[in-house]
Design a protein around this ligand. Structure first.
Ligand SMILES: O=C(CO)[C@@H](O)[C@H](O)[C@H](O)[C@H](O)COP(=O)(O)O
Ligand SMILES: O=C[C@H](O)COP(=O)(O)O
Length: 949
């Protein structure tokens, strides 16, 4: 620093009353002594940072890697948390280096500026909240919190000052706004005085951006000159002048105010003026001197923050002469002239503010994106990965959606439970799932107690009774993790089929079973009647009341809670009323059975937390796995007509498919739109698919699930991938898909948290069972056609379309109604056992291969709580074949007037009535006589009628 003598240009600036701050920060620059050297030689008296500066530093600097690794080894941190850790440390180091200047100048200089998130620039409360948080996090007296100068920020600046937080108000372009900011500073100080608080330690600068104004004005001048403007000469004379004139006028306003009596009263109490800080002072137009925005803006009580390159230039050949004090008249003349020539400075400063905020948001996105990528690299195989292989046009639309999400700050708004991300309905009351894993960890002792109880009693079986959201998650856990050595077997029963209930009853050791009755609402028919049935069964097996063998999972205040209390259940686990059933797997509805089965709930949830952090509010759309999946699903459906989501899974995690079906269908299938999910439809050759599919590969390990996916990708089908490294990552998959569904719901423009048609079916079923209880029979129904063991029922409209012929003619007419873009739903109200599952599978694949449409294979009443929503409320593209049969044997329900067989029949009829009322193409075939023969015949007729189709 030998050239920074008394006469050096930089030292001359100090003599003119101007402080030079450095517009740059980076860890190695601070740690290797470079910053200290500049400070020691009195070259630099402060530091400013902004999102772009941090993007270059943290986003690209290898020196941050080691610490990233160390931080992640300690705990799960999101990209935002990581960034903040690293940035706060950098800011603290710089503050410490500048502390001697701060002390020597009596708190006038020696500040380091740290900017609040640019995303919240238009939110006064959020800005203030963030200012307080960062102020506390850095905890240095010579910190300045940078707040962008939007209209909304004015109040935040005033309040922050009143609270004694130093503020650098940044992104100032307009003199009008600057006046408001200066007023906010003064009012903030006055508020402190009114409260008897000291003001001599509160500092603020107003960062006026310079070069960007010339960039815009000069471009406008050049355009008009090129267009042959008659005022070309006068216009050209203003090139490179307007920005300086604007800044000069701001300076004179500052002078005026600080000479006012009002200010003098504050100064008497030790107040520091809010100095103007010239920012954006590197020269952008190479035709100008590279020190133009330094030399022209020299004046007493100002700061100029310079990037290293401009600092070096001025040091080398800058001329330090005070210009501002003298320049008022000329500046006013330039601005008047600009106005006269139609150069609209107000419009330009407004645009610059908007563009400045947007540019900082982009930098912040790039910064957080880079941190997220580094986090992913460090966590490696601890995280599942999402990969989207999309055709070019779809990929471009997803990128556009990403930009939209970034611009509209939707990820943060989603995390803040802002219903305007969806329909502005009741969505904000249904986002408890975002923190379910964290809540579960807080409640870990209760799960451990249950696990201990199960061990102490040595239960052989755990039988969970519940439907939909209460059963599908636990089923995935059981199918994925199986039985823990020495632990019980977890069984999940979600049916009213008498045979299925009997099969479960016979599979468990009734005298040595823990029963979990799971119902959020507590009013769902199935868990209530299953409870009635198994209570009696357990009582019979034990020879006494089985109270301690029963556990309830339900929302507080539900009828089930009361029942559990009345019956003296050993445990009641309470759900979060802000989590809907299909989003409840990471809440007590999944964790209670998991604990009972002996799974390590803590490890499971900690694993989930990694994905929660990956989808965090701070992780930009382009690297946020939940957003990536959700945008691809939403965009594929809304812009490309690809609304059939086909899951293809590694066998070890295949059970995820049924859970996903509920999540997607129940969340999105409404108001005539939606994503229709298809689980378990074995892949075929590309020729059997229409243009309405999205394939989702759920892969465990490194091997692709099915080699045919490659061919499908090659012919232009979108293939999304969720790649799990270990089965434990199933928890991460739950969260990633919950998030994705919420995102897709936003794109579809629906409320992804209600399920009107599931509720409607429940009501219809209840009406029928109540009628049965009164009359002893279900309402009469008349088949419109019959053929031996196959009898056909439908509403009048469907019946009229299908004729009264034999089975082949009715079924033939029904499936003739299937067209491109449709799907087929087989809805069988029979036992869900392996042979029936295989039957459905064979029939669906045959139909798929012949008719080239997507096919769903469902069992009632299970699907009523799941895909049933989309079948009724989603697009009218489903063609349904409901299959019912005589029950070989029925089961009575203790204390009820009806049997399980009656309930199941009522459910099928209720389901059909709702399908028909929604104008769906639906047909019910009822099988009489031996079921296997009836199914065989039905399969044969179906195969014949669609042959050659
Ligand atoms: O802290 C501040 C202003 O307070 C600075 O970092 C300010 O953000 C920068 O000078 C500007 O962003 C740089 O603008 P530009 O040279 O890219 O137009
Ligand atoms: O998905 C939810 C099912 O409809 C069951 O509801 P529930 O948990 O209130 O009994």
């Amino acid at each position: 620093m030998a050239n920074d003598t008394e006469k050096s240009p930089l030292n001359q600036l100090a003599r003119c009353g101007q402080s030079i701050w450095l517009d740059f920060i980076r860890r190695d620059f601070t740690t290797n002594g470079s910053l200290k050297e500049l400070v020691d030689h009195n070259v630099v008296r402060g530091v400013t940072s902004n999102p772009s500066i941090f993007e270059k530093a943290i986003g690209h600097g290898a020196e941050y890697e080691e610490e990233t690794r160390a931080l992640l080894a300690q705990k799960s941190l999101s990209a935002g948390e990581l960034y903040e850790h690293l940035a706060v440390e950098d800011i603290q180091h710089a503050c410490d280096v500048l502390a001697p200047v701060f002390n020597a100048t009596n708190k006038r200089d020696g500040y380091v500026s740290f900017e609040v998130s640019p995303y919240i620039a238009h939110d006064q409360d959020a800005t203030l909240h963030e200012a307080r948080r960062l102020w506390r996090a850095v905890a240095r007296d010579n910190l300045m919190i940078k707040i962008p100068a939007t209209v909304e920020a004015v109040g935040a600046v005033r309040q922050a000052i009143a609270e004694g937080i130093n503020v650098n108000v940044t992104l100032l372009f307009s003199i009008e706004l600057y006046k408001d900011i200066l007023e906010a500073y003064i009012a903030g100080l006055e508020a402190r005085v009114a409260q008897g608080k000291a003001i001599d330690h509160v500092a603020s600068v107003a960062s006026f951006f310079v070069s960007r104004i010339d960039t815009k004005i000069d471009a406008e001048i050049d355009r008009r000159v090129a267009d042959g403007d008659l005022q070309a000469g006068a216009l050209q004379a203003l090139r490179g002048k307007v920005a300086i004139a604007n800044a000069t006028c701001a300076y004179h306003y500052y002078k005026e105010v600080t000479e006012s009596e009002r200010w003098k009263a504050l100064a008497a109490q030790g107040a520091q003026t809010q100095r103007l800080l010239w920012a954006s002072t590197s020269t952008k137009d190479k035709a100008y001197r590279d020190v133009l925005y330094v030399e022209e803006l020299i004046g007493d009580a100002t700061v100029n923050t310079l990037p290293p390159i401009t600092l070096e230039a001025f040091r080398d050949h800058g001329v330090a002469q005070p210009r501002l004090a003298e320049g008022a008249e000329e500046a006013r003349h330039v601005l008047t002239q600009a106005d006269r020539l139609g150069l609209k400075l107000d419009d330009i400063t407004d645009t610059l503010l908007t563009e400045g905020c947007a540019a900082f948001c982009l930098s912040f996105d790039a910064l957080l994106g880079a941190v997220a990528a580094r986090r992913e690299a460090v966590l490696g195989e601890k995280l599942l990965t999402v990969s989207n292989a999309l055709p070019d046009d779809m990929a471009a639309s997803v990128v556009a959606a990403e930009k939209e999400w970034s611009r509209e700050d939707k990820i943060r708004r989603l995390w803040e439970r802002d219903a305007s991300v969806w329909t502005n309905g009741s969505e904000s009351k249904w986002l408890g799932w975002l923190t379910a894993a964290q809540d579960g960890l807080a409640n870990i002792d209760a799960y451990n107690r249950l696990a201990q109880d199960v061990k102490t009693h040595g239960y052989k079986d755990v039988l969970l009774l519940g439907m939909g959201g209460s059963s599908l998650g636990p089923e995935v856990l059981e199918k994925t993790f199986g039985r823990v050595d020495g632990g019980p077997t977890l069984h999940v029963l979600d049916s009213t089929d008498p045979q299925q209930i009997a099969t479960f009853r016979d599979a468990v050791d009734l005298g040595n079973t823990l029963f979990i009755v799971s119902s959020k609402s507590g009013s769902t028919l199935e868990p209530n009647i299953l409870l009635a049935y198994f209570w009696e069964q357990a009582k019979k097996a034990l020879g006494r009341e089985p109270s301690e063998r029963f556990v309830a999972v339900t929302d507080p205040g539900s009828a089930m809670e009361q029942k559990a209390k009345d019956h003296g259940f050993s445990h009641i686990f309470y759900g979060n009323p802000e989590i809907g059933g299909r989003y409840s797997v990471l809440s007590p509805f999944g964790l209670t059975p998991a604990a009972a089965a002996g799974y390590d709930v803590r490890a499971f949830l900690e694993n989930v937390q990694l994905m929660v952090a990956s989808c965090d509010a701070t992780v930009p759309a382009m690297v946020n796995p939940g957003v990536q999946l959700g945008l691809a699903l939403g965009v594929a459906a809304t812009s490309f007509g690809r609304d059939k989501i086909t899951f293809v899974a590694s066998p070890e995690i295949a059970s995820l498919g049924a859970w996903l079906e509920q999540l997607l269908a129940e969340s999105t299938g409404k108001r005539g739109t939606g994503l229709i999910p298809f689980d378990g439809e074995t892949l075929g050759e590309p020729s059997v698919y229409g243009q309405d599919r999205v394939f989702v590969e759920l892969r465990l390990g490194h091997e692709p699930v099915d080699s045919r996916l490659k061919a499908l990708r090659e012919v232009g089908h979108p293939v999304l991938g969720l790649h799990l490294q270990t089965p434990e990552q199933i928890g991460q998959a739950f969260f990633a898909f919950e998030f994705a569904t919420a995102v897709a719901g936003s794109i579809l423009g629906i409320d992804p948290f209600d399920q009107p048609d599931v509720e409607f079916s429940k009501v219809e079923t209840r009406k029928l069972t109540e009628a049965y209880a009164e009359t002893g029979h279900l309402p009469e129904e008349v088949p419109f056609a019959s053929d031996g063991s196959l009898t056909f029922y439908a509403d009048d409209k469907n019946a009229a379309a299908l004729g009264t012929g034999d089975a082949a003619s009715v079924l033939g007419a029904h499936f003739k109604r299937v067209g491109a873009g449709d799907y087929i739903g087989l809805l069988a109200y029979i036992e869900r056992n392996s042979s029936h599952t295989q039957w459905e599978q064979d029939v669906r694949l045959m139909l798929r291969d012949r008719l080239h449409v997507a096919t769903a294979a469902q069992f009632g009443p299970r699907f009523l709580h799941s895909t049933g929503q989309a079948y009724k409320g989603g697009p009218n593209s489903g063609v349904f074949l409901q299959i019912t049969a005589e029950d070989a044997a029925d089961l009575a329900i203790p204390h009820h007037a009806y049997t399980f067989g009656v309930v199941k029949a009522a459910q099928a009829r209720g389901d059909f009535d709702v399908l028909a009322s929604r104008g769906r193409r639906a047909l019910r075939v009822h099988i009489t006589g031996p079921l296997s023969e009836g199914l065989e015949r039905l399969a044969k007729v179906l195969s014949d009628v669609v042959k050659g189709a």
